[in-house]
Design a protein around this ligand. Structure first.
Ligand code: URP
Ligand code: ZN
Ligand code: ZN
Length: 476
């Protein structure tokens, strides 16, 4: 029910009063009533609720959905991810998110179903916000393609990621085509990591031979051409089997232009970008001694011109989602960035950076506060499109009657400096140390329960559930 004037209903558990509601289409002054964890009323005034939250001066926005995070994922011998499900989802809540989408990684030789069950066991009872798993397919055997994947899609695992690089994950062209073809039949959405394996190996070995083993070598080993070539190849394979596809973590102009070209030709190519590609550059990998390892992720951050290109893609609608690609490792740790082999070559520095907690403040500040994007575009990029693309809409991703009451209250004028000491993630550093932002999430509610207030995680872990999904509206 929504309306003008004062509304009272027989049972409203909670009213958020006096705020400015923002959705992907509108900004308007309204109170929001919540019953049984869902939004039941939006009106000028909602009275008679059992509890009220004063949101005067605040924006009332859909909780962020981060559709690309890695949590407790095996990352090679002796390497341990810095977050488990409790710490990652606490960090997510602190950053204004109400749902994260981690990956259940199939290791070669492992059954996909086994991988999913193992991740569910790790996550159950641990989460502060809701979670829903994508799959990572690294071993597309006939049994995986013929039985496991179709059954898992029917069970609500409607998206999976494939890799065009990494020794233990890479699929060759034939395997990519087999997976794409299966996804087309089952109407699942494939997320593709576009970097060319052989080109990276060639560059890595050449750099190592010439002594360029420091963290900056990582950026030199995977230039934009490597990403562009893989993006074009993935687009071509997808076109061959008529598959809608999502290209994840796009880093710069070269890949962005491939995607824009495909979209202009009418192909269903969706794209995601991340905070590192609008705020960091490859120069960050040049830090003193091994400090550059803190910024090693793939694709690597590029340069100022690439950042401009990514904004161009955001503004023009080339990108539908803005995710963190949260993939945290401790820096000062033998099982993290500074593992025993890391000094011998950049190739042993684990790839990935923490970002689930800082994604939204960075986008809000650099995007909305600096006038590059509207509040509506912010909500689309941070929540609504994630829900639509990955099959959670109209349950998640907006503020409307019947939606889960997944809400973040933002102070659009609050200035903060991002510092490790205020964050909740398991990593021992943030790549955004000292980064100044305007706009900050001050409260997060998951299905009507306050899970974060003024940076404090409130309520017990386990409130976050694990969700199955429909086939997304874009995967058709
Ligand atoms: O460096 C990154 N991004 N690590 C995470 C794995 C991936 O490719 O998304
Ligand atoms: Zn990737
Ligand atoms: Zn990733």
């Amino acid at each position: 029910m929504s309306g003008r004037g004062t509304e009272t209903m027989s049972k409203i558990d909670l009213a958020i009063r006096g705020g400015t509601v923002v959705t992907a289409s509108d900004t308007f002054r309204a109170d929001v009533g919540i019953a049984d964890g869902r939004i039941c009323l939006i009106a000028d005034e909602v009275k008679g609720a059992a509890r009220e939250i004063d949101a005067r001066g605040l924006l009332v926005m859909p909780g962020g959905i981060d559709s690309h995070v890695h949590i407790a994922q095996p990352s090679g011998p002796g390497i341990v991810m810095a977050d488990d499900f409790a710490s990652a989802t606490a960090a997510a809540a602190a950053g204004g998110n109400t749902l994260v989408m981690p990956f259940a990684l199939q290791q070669r030789g492992q059954s996909l179903r086994g991988a999913v069950e193992a991740y569910r066991t790790k996550a159950e009872g641990e989460c502060h916000v809701d979670a829903s798993f994508h799959l990572i397919v690294s071993d597309p055997t006939p049994a995986v393609l013929g039985q496991e994947l179709p059954a898992l899609v029917k069970d609500g695992y409607t998206s999976f990621k494939v890799f065009m690089t990494y020794d233990d994950l890479v699929l060759d062209d034939r395997q990519l085509l087999e997976v794409f073809d299966l996804a087309r039949r089952e109407r699942a959405l494939v997320m593709v990591h576009c970097e060319g394996y052989d080109a990276i190996r060639f560059m890595t070995e050449r750099l190592e031979r010439s002594g360029r083993t420091e963290p900056y070598g990582h950026a030199l080993s995977r230039p934009e051409i490597v990403e562009r070539e893989a993006a074009h190849r993935a687009i071509s394979h997808a076109e061959l089997v008529d598959l809608p596809m999502m290209i994840v973590h796009v880093s710069g102009r070269e890949a962005m232009e491939q995607i824009r070209w495909a979209q202009r030709r009418g192909l269903k190519v969706l794209a995601e970008t991340c905070p590192q590609y609008i705020t960091l550059t490859a120069d960050d990998l040049k830090g003193l001694d091994m400090e550059g390892a803190k910024y090693v992720c793939s694709p690597p951050p590029r340069d100022a011109e690439s950042q401009k290109a990514i904004w161009e893609g955001i503004v023009q609608g080339v990108f539908q989602t803005f995710s963190s690609d949260h993939c945290p490792f401790r820096y000062e740790a033998a099982d993290g960035k500074l593992n025993p082999k890391a000094r011998s070559s950049f190739r042993w520095v684990p790839n990935g950076i923490p970002g689930v907690e800082t994604r939204l403040p960075v986008l809000f500040s650099e995007g909305v506060s600096k006038g590059r994007i509207s509040l509506q575009r912010f909500v689309e990029l941070s929540a609504t499109n994630h829900a639509k693309i990955y099959g959670l809409y109209p349950r998640k991703g907006s503020i409307g009657i019947g939606f889960d009451a997944d809400i973040a209250l933002w102070d659009p004028n609050r200035k903060e400096t991002i510092r490790q000491e205020i964050l909740h993630h398991g990593a021992d550093y943030t790549p955004w140390e000292g980064f100044e932002v305007t706009g900050w999430p001050v409260m997060t509610l998951v299905r009507g329960e306050v899970v974060m207030e003024e940076g404090r995680i409130v309520g017990a872990k386990g409130h976050g559930g694990i969700l199955q999904r429909e086939v997304g509206s874009y995967a058709n």
